[in-house]
Design a protein around this ligand. Structure first.
Ligand code: ATP
Length: 361
């Protein structure tokens, strides 16, 4: 079974912990994206799986076998890098066939596998061209074909699409996902592009400062972020995260206070246990606000400072007790800078975080 498992993996570069106690399992046929800001330890973690970097502590298992002391070649992994490094003097077919030269295969079998990989990635028409004679998207597909031409234990991708333009990225995301689904291998993809992670991953592992903050399906990461960091990292425009004091004022009703604003909301379950008067954070995505006709105890109010058209929608920056609140509305709603808006939020879409920043569901 093609699986990847990291147990308590830590990596120090001098005194810097690039990966800390990383636990991660990737099941057979599953794609996990490592996502996080620059320097959070994504590539280091991937390189440890590949055997290009030795862990300072912890264990790496691939297909159930401990890999710590095995070389990259012995791990039988196919890796696709950001810089796909094709051999310029070899044809596309020869580039794709390259990893097979290390395996003792007949020329017929080699040829069969190259054709199959080329068919999968729609490269049959360019097999006899040199890399200099194909497009950027085709070069990227050659790199993927070169990875799938063998039958490796698992796939590792390091920012595979970051050099492509927006449109090509979009197409390639779909194509790679389709190929990965058909191959049923454990796959880890490193990316800092959340759209890439949201569209390609079965699960996303969000990293910060060498640690995994949350691992969950794209939907769960978006709908139920485990903490303030994940909430602010996933979603565009970014979720509004507002520090407020919390007081339950009636059965199942709370008042959130920040600056001169007061907002009454129904609260259920664990959120009711938030300490009265203590600081907490509530999060509202920009699309979870609606515009109300007048100020009530269930709205917050502020002045529109900046308007950013986004095509079908418009992003308003609303100055609210000194905070920049981002609100996305359909483009038909037109107001001018300086206008006062009253914002109501769907209580079902409000996220609560305790004083330590952990989600309270
Ligand atoms: P990016 O998105 O920018 O590629 P990343 O999340 O992949 O970032 P890593 O490349 O894993 O991050 O780096 C994690 C931390 O380890 C960073 O602070 C980086 O500077 C440091 N680091 C990485 N490789 C080395 C090395 N060989 N020697 C010393 N420090 C390193």
């Amino acid at each position: 079974m093609s699986t990847i498992e990291l147990r308590n993996v830590t990596k120090y570069f001098g005194s810097l912990a690039a990966a800390r106690d990383v636990d991660l399992s990737v099941g057979a046929g599953e794609t996990v994206c490592l996502l996080g800001p620059s320097g959070c330890g994504k590539t280091t973690t991937l390189r440890i799986v590949a055997g290009l970097e030795a862990a300072s502590a912890g264990d790496v298992y691939i297909a159930g076998k401990r890999m710590n002391d095995l070389t990259p070649a012995q791990r039988d992994i196919a890796m696709v890098f950001q810089f796909y490094a094709l051999y310029p003097s070899l044809t596309v077919a020869e580039n794709v066939a390259f990893p097979l030269y290390y395996e003792r295969l007949s020329a017929t079998e080699r040829d069969r596998r190259v054709r199959k990989a080329a068919e999968t990635l729609d490269l049959t028409a360019v097999l006899n061209r040199l890399p200099g004679q194909v497009s950027e998207g085709e070069k990227q597909r050659v790199a993927v074909a070169r990875a799938i031409v063998r039958d490796p234990n698992c796939f590792l991708f390091d920012e595979p699409l970051s050099r492509l333009d927006v449109e090509l990225r979009h197409t390639m995301r779909g194509q790679i996902k389709e190929v990965l689904t058909s191959l049923s291998k454990a796959t880890v993809i490193v990316t800092h592009d959340q759209l890439e992670a949201l569209t390609m991953a079965d699960r996303i592992a969000i990293m910060r400062d060498g640690r995994i903050e949350q691992v969950a399906s794209p939907h769960a990461i978006f709908a139920k972020p485990a903490n303030v960091f994940v909430a602010g990292f996933i979603g565009t425009p970014q979720m509004n995260l507002i520090e407020a004091s919390f007081a339950e004022v009636a059965e199942g009703e709370a008042e959130l206070a920040f600056g001169d604003q007061r907002l009454r909301l129904p609260v259920e379950g664990a959120a009711r246990a938030l300490s009265k008067g203590k600081t907490m954070t509530f999060g509202v995505r920009p699309r979870a606000f609606t515009l109300a006709g007048a100020a009530t105890e269930r709205t917050i109010s502020g002045q529109v400072e900046l308007i950013e058209p986004m095509g079908a929608e418009t992003l308003f920056h609303v100055r609210c007790s000194g905070l920049d609140i981002r609100v996305v509305v359909p483009r038909e709603i037109r107001v001018k800078p300086g206008h006062i808006l009253h914002l109501a939020c769907d209580p079902g879409q409000v996220h609560f975080f305790d004083a330590e920043g952990r989600a309270v569901q």
